[in-house]
Design a protein. Structure first.
Length: 242
């Protein structure tokens, strides 16, 4: 199986220029499915910290790059929405965030904010013994005994202890961001959830201060908290593929 990915057919979430060259690196197995961006692309094409795969491997071999609090050694390891990237030697921290057109971007954050990450609950099942298991958008699984969380809720998970440190219910009045579609990256208040009869997708209306409301499908929004509304500029520019 090829280790290369054609740029023109790369997922829309990948922050790469499509016409600079034919191929780029292929994402390895891991979280986020096909939308996950290989770490090499982040290091080389987005941040410009390395110029080649060889340099990326050297940096990773030194355990200087952490994803969600864990040192990563595989340059093909996919990263995706709401992951936390930490560069210990540089003392720099970023959150992966959806940008315009669904293209993933990096938002600078402080070290305290980098200690935990947000996850959207996409599955809930009852397990033997009466407890509950939750599956988050990135494939992470969590368990509790109470069953207090629901599908589409958001949980903040501590990167070290793996415990839930905050819970944001999916409900009207919640702060949300669109993570896909034409309004990707836009933040506002969930004003209305419109339930569609049958198998059609539910719709939502999101209001924004001093801007027009927008409508999108329910699966495109994620509940967030005020820590996501800072004014730090996101980085999503792609570099050369040399």
């Amino acid at each position: 199986m090829s280790n290369h990915q054609k740029r023109l057919s790369a997922p829309n979430s990948w922050p790469v220029e499509r016409k600079e060259s034919t191929f780029t690196v292929k994402a390895g197995a891991g979280p986020h499915g096909e939308s996950g961006v290989p770490l090499l692309i982040v290091l080389r094409d987005v941040l410009g910290y390395v110029d080649s795969k060889k340099e990326a491997r050297y940096a990773l071999d030194n355990d200087s790059v952490l994803v969600n609090g864990v040192a990563v050694s595989d340059e093909a390891r996919p990263v995706g929405m709401f992951d936390i990237l930490a560069f210990r030697e540089r003392e720099e921290f970023f959150r992966v965030f959806p940008g315009e057109g669904g293209r993933l971007a990096l938002t600078p954050i402080d070290e305290e904010s980098a200690s935990s990450r947000l996850g959207k609950v996409e599955g809930k099942t009852q397990v033997a013994g009466g407890g509950f298991q939750y599956t988050l958008h990135d494939g992470t699984t969590l368990q509790d005994d109470e069953g207090e969380y629901s599908g589409k809720d958001s949980l903040v998970v501590d990167n070290e202890t793996k415990e839930v440190v905050a819970h944001f219910p999916y409900e009207e009045g919640a702060l949300v961001t669109a993570v896909d579609g034409t309004h990707s990256g836009e933040i506002g208040t969930l004003e209305e959830i419109s339930v569609t009869p049958g198998s059609g997708a539910n719709g939502v209306t999101v209001s924004r201060d001093d801007e027009d409301d927008f409508e999108t499908v329910e699966k495109y929004v994620v509940v967030i908290d005020e820590n996501f509304t800072g004014n730090d500029a996101a980085t999503d520019t792609a570099g050369d593929d040399s």
